[in-house]
Write a protein that binds this ligand. Structure first.
Ligand code: SF4
Ligand code: SF4
Length: 512
């Protein structure tokens, strides 16, 4: 009987793609295994961890006995793994045949009445020329810097579309984006007044701005009208002005701070401090040094209130085609070895060395990573269906409306086939063909071999270009996503070992 079980196991290891069944990871003190099928995490002794790591990464057992361990220890570790399979259903994730989710089973219904928001590109114009901007020619996946404004007719049609298709949404919202949206403040004002007329008080707004054009009047108007404001500020003057410059090459730090102060004053007066969030983009070399400088800046500048919210991200370098290598293949291992996540390592270092409890600039991003692990699906038996990675139902979460009135999934997807426009609405047939059926058909080719399939947050970004799907852009993202998931698992279990109460806050947080 035992022999039979063992044989079955060896056959499984011999099967191609054993590595898709899970991932080993470690914290400072312990060794773990994450199981793809059930989402369970098992703690292992070092020797079991080493045997499991070998099997998952090499996908063969022929040279297992060449591990620097006694044969007895290796066999004892294998026994423990067999026990995990038998008692806890580990290493049993079924083959990935297809992907599914709301976009497959509920598309028509969602597009009819569950649209959450529209983001209006109120103008293509911008008064800055930030060096990492997606509208530079270095980003062929987005439009170039432009000069068109959105017309009132297009904006009104988009708002009416949201009104007609958000019947099941409790708090719909409208976003304003550009260019620099405040260049067309008149249109924003008109949109807000009109939306309030047709939606009543339940509608909210958001605006992403470089803040250089903010006046007291604008600031007051925004917070009197339920607007969340995202201010782009990269940190201290030296860092900010390195990249965030005008068309004439001058830094924009003073004007941004000036506008940000007006926004903070107005928000303070109207009790809306939580409606402001700073967006910090890090670009250049030596990330850790930059994070340190940004941390000191947000902690020490007198005009910035304590505990202000901030998001930090690394600049987007534009689409890069790369080759697909199956996870754990020789080439994949080489590429993975060169990946590192500066924010995770900086955050860990900072928490260890910092004596006082301060709010770190990495807080929101770390929360996002921890939520992903905390809220993962945890099952007794392996799931039988796999989701469409982190893809939204196109149109549901938001519809990005460009100045011409074309619809896209969001402002991040760039120059890819549209999903409709203000005249015909959402094009359900096109969405289903291009962004559901064709997406699944292509994604399965890669996701079937990937241990991160049930943690993955990758979406349509990076797998389409103007002509349709192009997954060559995504292979690098996949390697980064696997690294990110591994880092998140290690960080989560490290907190769980030392300070489990700190994870309770994720009980009530939604995964976005
Ligand atoms: S970021 Fe991805 S998942 Fe989110 S709205 Fe855009 S396309 Fe959809
Ligand atoms: S990381 Fe890539 S291959 Fe893995 S599940 Fe996500 S999209 Fe698929």
């Amino acid at each position: 009987m035992y022999k039979e079980k063992q044989k079955k196991f060896w056959d499984k290891v011999k099967e191609k793609r054993f590595g898709r069944l899970g991932k080993v990871f470690k914290t400072e003190d312990h060794y773990y295994f994450y199981d793809t099928g059930t989402g369970k995490v098992a703690q292992f002794k070092l020797k079991v961890y080493l045997v499991m790591k070998y099997l998952l990464e090499e996908g063969s057992y022929e040279s297992l006995f060449s591990l620097p361990m006694t044969q007895k220890d290796i066999l004892a570790a294998v026994d423990e793994i067999l026990l995990g399979i038998e008692e806890y259903n580990l290493l049993s994730a079924p083959e990935v045949q297809t992907l599914t989710g709301d976009a497959v089973v509920n598309l028509s219904e969602i597009l009819e009445s569950s649209i959450n928001s529209v983001t209006l590109e109120v103008t293509e114009k911008c008064n800055l020329r930030c060096k990492y901007c997606i509208y530079h020619s270095s980003h062929p996946d987005h439009r170039e810097f432009g000069y068109k404004h959105m017309s009132w007719d297009i904006a009104k049609r988009a708002i009416d579309f949201l009104k007609a298709h958000s019947l099941k949404v409790e708090t719909p919202y409208i976003g304003f984006y550009g260019g620099e949206p405040l260049i067309n403040f008149k249109l924003i004002q008109k949109c807000i007044e009109y939306a309030k007329e047709i939606f009543g008080e339940k509608i909210t707004f958001s605006l992403t701005t470089n803040a250089t054009l903010v006046t007291e009047k604008i600031a007051k108007f925004l917070f009197e009208n339920n607007t969340n404001v995202i201010i782009s500020l990269d940190g201290p003057k030296g860092i900010h002005d390195e990249n965030r410059i005008t068309a004439y090459g001058q830094g924009s730090y003073e004007s941004t701070v000036n506008g940000a102060q007006k926004l903070l004053d107005a928000a303070e007066k109207l009790g809306k401090k939580e409606s402001i969030i700073f967006n910090v983009v890090v670009f250049g070399e030596d990330y850790h040094q930059r994070y340190d400088q940004i941390q000191s800046f947000f902690g020490q500048e007198k005009w910035l209130p304590e505990n202000i919210q901030m998001m930090i991200s690394n600049a987007d370098y534009g689409p890069i085609e790369s080759k697909y290598f199956p996870p754990s293949s020789k080439e994949d291992k080489e590429m993975m070895a060169n990946l590192y996540s500066p924010l995770f390592t900086w955050d860990a270092k900072k928490r260890k060395s910092s004596k006082k409890k301060e709010q770190l600039i990495s807080e929101l991003d770390m929360d996002k990573a921890m939520k992903k692990i905390h809220k993962r699906r945890l099952l007794e038996k392996p799931l039988t269906e796999y989701g469409m990675n982190g893809c939204c139902v196109p149109g549901e979460r938001r519809i990005y409306v460009n100045v011409e009135g074309d619809f896209f999934h969001c402002e991040k997807v760039g120059n890819i086939p549209s999903i409709g426009n203000v005249h015909i609405g959402l094009d359900e047939r096109k969405i289903k063909k291009l962004y559901v059926d064709e997406y699944i058909q292509e994604a399965v080719k890669y996701c079937k071999d990937c241990w991160a399939i049930n943690l993955c947050s990758l979406c349509y970004i990076g797998c389409y270009d103007a002509n349709g799907k192009n997954f060559a852009y995504r292979h690098d993202w996949c390697r980064n996503e696997r690294k990110y998931s591994e880092n998140a698992l290690a960080r989560y279990y490290s907190i769980l070992e030392k300070n489990p109460e700190a994870l309770e806050k994720y009980n009530n947080m939604e995964v976005s």
